[in-house]
Design a protein around this ligand. Structure first.
Ligand SMILES: Cc1cc2nc3c(=O)[nH]c(=O)nc-3n(C[C@H](O)[C@H](O)[C@H](O)COP(=O)(O)OP(=O)(O)OC[C@H]3O[C@@H](n4cnc5c(N)ncnc54)[C@H](O)[C@@H]3O)c2cc1C
Length: 429
């Protein structure tokens, strides 16, 4: 009998798990279950669908039904897992036409993602108020844009900034509401300020205040913030996600203090043969052992690979699964965040020191985060170009757990970057 692996979730966590399981044991049967009806797409690219609501260009070809089928992975779309019995190894499923069925499995991988974390306030449920979690939602917003010129975006993380840039480039009047500062969790304060200076003047910034209510009766007509009302018929709340762990909890799995499914370094949950990855879990901070939420696609994909390998019975532990790595290019700037910032380090009880480096030739600013033993535990890069290159050098050291004195050797290819790196890390061979 072939081993059956059921995976709940068709995002980066679920697909990476499916692919890894099939790669390491081609004999297993792999079934992905998803509530979504559309083929997998790039979530960062989801903001592109604002401009082209009908586009298929954002689909990830490597993750299409056909490509996965060729690898022996089946995708069942438009189905919601509503419960199940982990002892009997079965899941209860409802399809979009209302039919109930059950699915048997030998191993289960849960990759149910996150729920948008939208602040409670009067009017928040009015039509015209949206989050962006799926391509389907983005396409609806894209159509509403035909009749809207002034848009309010709440939240200044990666996705809020991406969305602001996209809408601004489409010629819309964009208001960006920033409660504290740009990317507060990922960037040092000086880096936030630097990034702020790169935002085009045409985007109206509302700094230091959070919205207090959504105005309107049948549809949003405005957002109240800092004592003023911004007139708008479209408000996008890009205020982060919380783990979508309710199904796991219902199935009897342990959920941690931060609301994510508890897993170990092999992504095993509290039940044998059940694994969980992605935005729905709590990762373990490698330096302190404390739980940490890391709701980003790259982490979901790395953890997915680990889950797939573990589910087919391999004992390999990938050490890089819980290293935070985010890259984006917004406002003509490479933004790279690796490992801990001083804010995320403080959250797990670590004291840090920050060194800054600048290279005006590349419009580059780098922050290096070290712990009290001088180990590099994180870094941030803002740069007109080559940000990924510098980011890689930081990542390399963070993963190795070394001090900057211990690992000064680099292979620089670009003269100016080379000189910046030498000033940062010491002479290179
Ligand atoms: C606009 C935007 C931009 C982003 N940009 C970046 C970026 O630049 N870089 C980056 O690394 N990350 C980015 N992210 C975050 C990234 O998309 C998420 O971290 C990632 O998608 C999480 O992957 P996941 O596999 O955990 O879950 P998801 O991708 O959220 O997928 C969850 C899956 O679970 C399924 N599901 C949930 N419940 C059930 C159920 N009961 N039954 C059946 N199926 C279920 C859903 O249908 C879905 O298929 C962005 C997110 C957004 C919204």
């Amino acid at each position: 009998m072939k081993m059956k692996i059921a995976i709940i979730g068709y995002g980066p966590g679920g697909v990476a798990a499916a692919t890894a399981a099939k790669t390491f044991d081609s004999s297993v049967e792999v079934l992905i279950l998803t509530t979504e009806d559309l083929p997998a797409h790039k979530k960062p690219g989801a903001t592109m669908a604002l401009e082209h609501p009908e586009t298929r260009e954002l689909e990830i070809r490597d993750w299409s039904y056909e490509t996965l089928k060729k690898k022996g992975i089946e995708v069942k779309t438009g189905v919601k897992v509503v419960g199940g019995d982990l002892e009997k190894k079965s899941l209860d499923v409802i399809s979009s036409d209302g039919k109930s069925s059950s699915i048997e499995f030998d191993r289960l991988i849960i990759a149910t993602g996150g729920n948008p974390a939208v602040p409670e306030m009067p009017g928040i449920d009015l039509p015209g108020v949206h989050t962006i979690q799926s391509m389907a939602e983005t396409s609806i917003i894209g159509k509403e844009l035909d009749t809207t010129d002034e848009i309010v975006i709440v939240g200044a993380g990666f996705s809020g900034l991406e969305t602001a840039e996209r809408l601004y480039k489409m010629g819309k009047k964009v208001h960006l509401i920033i409660r504290s500062r740009l990317m507060r969790k990922q960037l040092e304060e000086a880096m936030s300020k630097d990034l702020l200076s790169r935002i085009p003047r045409g985007i109206k910034l509302h700094l230091g205040s959070a919205p207090t209510s959504v105005v309107g009766t049948k549809h949003v007509t405005g957002i109240e913030v800092g004592g003023e009302t911004i007139d708008t018929s479209l408000a996008l709340f890009m205020t982060g996600v919380s783990p979508n762990s309710s199904l796991a909890e219902q199935l009897g799995l342990k959920v941690g203090t931060l609301g994510g499914i508890t897993i170990n370094n092999m992504t095993e949950t509290s039940k044998d043969g059940v694994y969980a990855v992605g935005d729905c879990v709590e990762m373990t901070d490698t330096l302190t052992g404390k739980p940490r939420l890391m709701p980003i696609g790259s982490t979901a994909a790395r953890a997915g690979r680990q889950a797939g390998v573990a589910a087919v019975g391999r004992s390999k532990v990938y050490e890089d699964t819980s290293v935070m790595l985010q890259y984006d290019r917004i406002f003509d700037t490479d933004i790279v965040c690796i490992g801990h910032s001083s804010t995320s380090a403080r959250d797990v009880g670590l004291e840090t020191e920050i060194q800054y480096l600048e290279d005006p030739n590349e419009a580059m600013k780098v922050a290096l985060v070290t712990d009290n033993e001088g180990r590099l535990i994180g870094g941030q890069v803002l740069s007109a170009r080559m940000g990924a290159r510098v980011g890689y050098e930081i990542l390399n050291r963070v993963e190795a757990g070394v001090t900057l004195k211990e690992r000064p050797m680099l292979q620089g290819r670009h003269e100016q970057i080379l000189s910046l790196l030498e000033r940062t890390f010491g002479p290179m061979k």
